[in-house]
Design a protein around this ligand. Structure first.
Ligand SMILES: CC(C)(COP(=O)(O)OP(=O)(O)OC[C@H]1O[C@@H](n2cnc3c(N)ncnc32)[C@H](O)[C@@H]1OP(=O)(O)O)[C@@H](O)C(=O)NCCC(=O)NCCS
Length: 146
């Protein structure tokens, strides 16, 4: 992800989440030494953004912080490809585990992460508001199915 990508990324973010990160938030991620951000382009349109992922390397852990794909590019495998790149970084940096948080009612994301070897380790009740819990999911580097 570069600065030129940020307006595209923020537009996808705003359309995907009820409490979206701002353009400034994405821009500041680009300056953090422990933050990584990757985008996927639509086929043949390298100036545009179809989806993105942001993650942190924190000690011996990888924290997957943000992932979204524009609605017109969903169900084509992009989120899977982006998440696999995060898992490759986990392996390359010898991280002990990769962790993330997902809304309990976010079935598409839960399916995606489960298929990539993540398991639910904790429920944070009402984390996103009354009746909207968050699940913490983790994947150790030795998990199968990468
Ligand atoms: C979740 C999200 C990132 C998935 O992106 P995507 O590019 O469509 O996902 P992929 O095509 O790589 O799908 C990989 C797997 O995830 C699961 N999946 C994806 N979308 C799904 C859906 N709508 N329903 C059920 N499972 C779904 C499936 O197992 C899918 O594999 P399959 O297509 O072979 O069945 C996308 O729906 C999105 O941006 N949602 C809004 C933002 C969001 O919730 N981000 C995650 C926050 S933790």
């Amino acid at each position: 992800m570069t600065r030129a990508d940020v307006p595209w990324v923020a537009a996808i973010e705003a359309a995907s989440f009820t409490a979206p990160w701002s353009e400034a938030a994405f821009a500041s991620e680009l300056d953090l030494p422990f933050s990584r951000a990757l985008i996927g382009h639509p086929e043949g349109r390298p100036a545009e953004v179809a989806g993105y992922v942001v993650w942190w390397r924190v000690a011996d852990e990888i924290h997957l912080l943000d992932l979204a794909v524009a609605s017109e590019f969903r169900r084509a495998g992009l989120a899977g490809r982006l998440t696999r790149r995060v898992l490759e970084d986990a392996r390359a940096s010898h991280a002990r585990l990769t962790t993330l948080e997902v809304a309990e009612d976010n079935v598409p994301a839960r399916q995606l992460y489960q298929r990539l070897g993540f398991s639910v380790v904790l429920t944070r009740r009402d984390y996103y508001g009354p009746g909207r819990s968050a699940l913490v999911m983790e994947r150790t580097v030795i998990a199968e199915g990468h």
